[in-house]
Design a protein around this ligand. Structure first.
Ligand code: ADP
Ligand code: MG
Length: 213
């Protein structure tokens, strides 16, 4: 395709990207919450948005199915960033990746005595690096969502998950016991597209950069 394809996930990334797109003069013609379309046109005939699962965004951009995308640092660390240029931290969808455990579980004491902990997470790669760097012995259990449930039903001692307000943890009687990383979303660009379509992409990247608070 000659124009520009932008991969976005619905939910907070789509919502928080709208003002950035507007700064570049781009307005999507439909909203993914009300439309079932996965390809959404914009006011610019040469620009379209494709709606993908958050964790799939880097894959679409890596293979050039989208020229640009917006993905969380959490997702990019799991993906590895192969084939992606990451020119901008957009400072949207901000949260923290944390270790959380039931309020009654003494995580620090368990770590001090060298206990082997089971930890449920969607972020296997980042979690493995974090615990290895700290010398904590863990068995990681891969989940795809609702991580908070795992310690409550005895699937794991702790979880690694994203936290913003902390209200989901609180509702499930979990507390943050360690912070791993600050998370925000980044603009990602297909490396080949940046060379081949630089004239079309560069103004957009510059407009995004100007709009970042
Ligand atoms: P999914 O449910 O498909 O994993 P989400 O919409 O929950 O997608 O998350 C998409 C991205 O938004 C994540 O990759 C992360 O970077 C960011 N994110 C997730 N949870 C939060 C949160 N509580 N606060 C702010 N940003 C978040
Ligand atoms: Mg979610």
């Amino acid at each position: 395709m000659n124009g520009i394809t932008i991969a976005l996930s619905k939910g907070r990334i789509f919502e928080e990207t709208l003002p950035l797109l507007a700064a570049a003069g781009i307005v999507p013609l439909e909203h993914p919450e009300s439309s079932r379309k996965l390809i959404i046109g914009t006011n610019r005939p040469d620009v379209r948005v494709v709606i993908v699962r958050a964790s799939d965004t880097p894959t679409y951009v890596q293979y050039g199915a989208a020229d640009l995308g917006i993905a969380g640092r959490d997702v990019l660390l799991e993906h590895g960033g192969v084939g992606l240029y990451q020119p901008l931290d957009l400072k949207i969808a901000q949260c923290r990746m944390c270790v959380a455990a039931p309020a009654g579980f003494d995580y620090q004491a368990a770590v001090r005595r060298g206990a082997r902990l089971s930890v449920a997470t969607k972020y296997i790669h980042t979690a493995r690096e974090h615990f290895a760097a700290k010398g904590v012995h863990v068995d990681l259990i891969k989940l795809y969502g609702s991580m908070e449930l795992a310690p409550l039903v005895g699937l794991a001692d702790a979880i690694v998950d994203l936290v913003s307000s902390g209200s989901t943890l609180k509702a499930n009687n979990l507390v943050v016991v360690e912070e791993i990383l600050q998370i925000s979303s980044r603009l990602i660009v297909n490396q080949a597209a940046l060379k081949m379509k630089r004239e079309a992409l560069q103004p957009l990247i510059s407009a995004f950069a100007g709009a970042v608070g």
